[in-house]
Design a protein around this ligand. Structure first.
Ligand code: 9MR
Length: 350
């Protein structure tokens, strides 16, 4: 039985390597997203899932060849790093940080303050305002301090706004009040004087009430000298609902004018809904990727472009939507898709 598994694994690795080699046959080996992005002076990133990073050599190879930044998809969230009041567990996140270091990649750490993926001791506990402040401050000091000098950036506050631009009613807003946002940035800066600090949100990529609210939030933070480096525009979009490129560029421009960096931080494209053959849909998704990369390249404030997953095999979207989706740059067999070639083309020619 063991022998059978051994031969099956060898066969899998050989066939996956062959697939990878054949599928990129039309590009010279030296032309990768990573090499082109480095020439253009921007970072190109993918959100990383830990199980395949630990066990799958093809996943590792693809990640290190094509990307120079790794975003941490899950394992730096509160419930992973701080599962009990006095217990911190860094092992899984360390796997990624060590991988990145040995492949000369940066790490975009995600996330310090969010309302999801919190441990039960926190969500079910009863805490006074002062206690909650102490909990959050200690968490941020400990975690940012632990990764000081090892990660390039932190998403400090994630998704603090509703679609209408009001503040989201989270455990942090209820327990601390609206000041939790600026407190979080200041605590992160105390723990690491050099790391980049981001506000990150979805549905605020183009123009509209939510992106206006993000703009006015970060403008106020800047005016109060809160240490914020930039804004992450998540860019979770779909074939029928994506902001026009011009709106994204206008948004990047106004954030850049505040002296902030912009990070296209979590791009993926839902492909299930909408007309057309599978091939046409993949091409439309490719066009969206090209548009957003081109918007990013149009303003030096946009320094980083990240896709939310390496391959469709591990995307969160099929599970979340309950529908088959083809959201990323590489398919479930790790073959590059039209979206990959579209990004290569934009990086090379536009
Ligand atoms: O991709 C992440 C998925 O594996 C988790 O189950 C999910 C939990 O809500 O979070 C996903 O990542 C989210 C990110 O942390 C913040 N922006 C939205 C992302 C997609 O939901």
């Amino acid at each position: 039985m063991k022998r059978r598994w051994f031969f099956a694994s060898i066969l899998f690795i050989l066939s996956a390597s062959l697939t990878l080699a054949l599928s990129s046959y039309c590009l010279p080996n030296s032309v990768t997203l990573r090499s082109l992005a480095e020439k253009r002076g921007i970072e190109i990133g993918a959100a990383v899932a830990i199980p395949p990073l630990k066990t799958d050599p093809i996943y590792q190879q693809l990640l290190a060849n094509q990307f120079n930044t790794a975003s941490v998809e899950n394992v730096m969230k509160f419930e992973y790093l701080h599962p009990q009041p006095n217990t911190y567990t860094f092992e899984q996140a360390d796997t990624l940080v060590n991988f990145a270091k040995s492949h000369n990649m940066k790490v975009h750490a995600h996330v310090l303050v969010w309302h999801i993926q919190l441990p039960k001791w926190l969500t079910e506990g009863k805490f006074s305002r002062d206690q909650l402040i102490t909990i959050l401050r200690d968490h941020i000091h400990k975690v940012v301090g632990y990764y000081k000098g090892k990660v390039q950036a932190w998403d400090v506050v994630n998704e603090a706004l509703n679609d209408d631009g009001t503040l989201r009613n989270t455990i942090w807003l209820q327990g601390i009040g609206p000041d939790y946002i600026e407190m979080a940035f200041r605590w992160a800066r105390e723990a690491d004087p050099n790391v980049e600090l981001y506000y990150n949100d979805y549905g605020a990529d183009g123009l509209g009430p939510k992106s206006d609210a993000v703009y006015s939030l970060v403008k106020k933070l800047k005016a109060k000298q809160v240490p914020i480096t930039g804004v992450g525009l998540q860019m979770h979009v779909g074939l029928g609902w994506a902001p026009p490129k011009g709106d994204v560029l206008a948004n990047i421009n106004r954030l850049g004018d505040l002296g902030l960096n912009v990070h296209i931080s979590e791009m993926d494209v839902q492909t299930y809904d909408g007309p057309g053959t599978e091939e046409e849909k993949l091409q439309k998704a490719a066009n969206l990727y090209a548009d957003m990369m081109s918007a990013c390249l149009s303003n030096r404030a946009c320094k980083s472009f990240t896709v939310w997953g390496l391959t469709d095999k591990f995307s969160w979207l099929p599970g979340f939507t309950g529908k088959p989706q083809s959201p990323l740059l590489f398919d479930t067999n790790y073959r590059p898709k039209p979206a990959y070639y579209a990004l290569i083309d934009v990086l090379q020619n536009k």
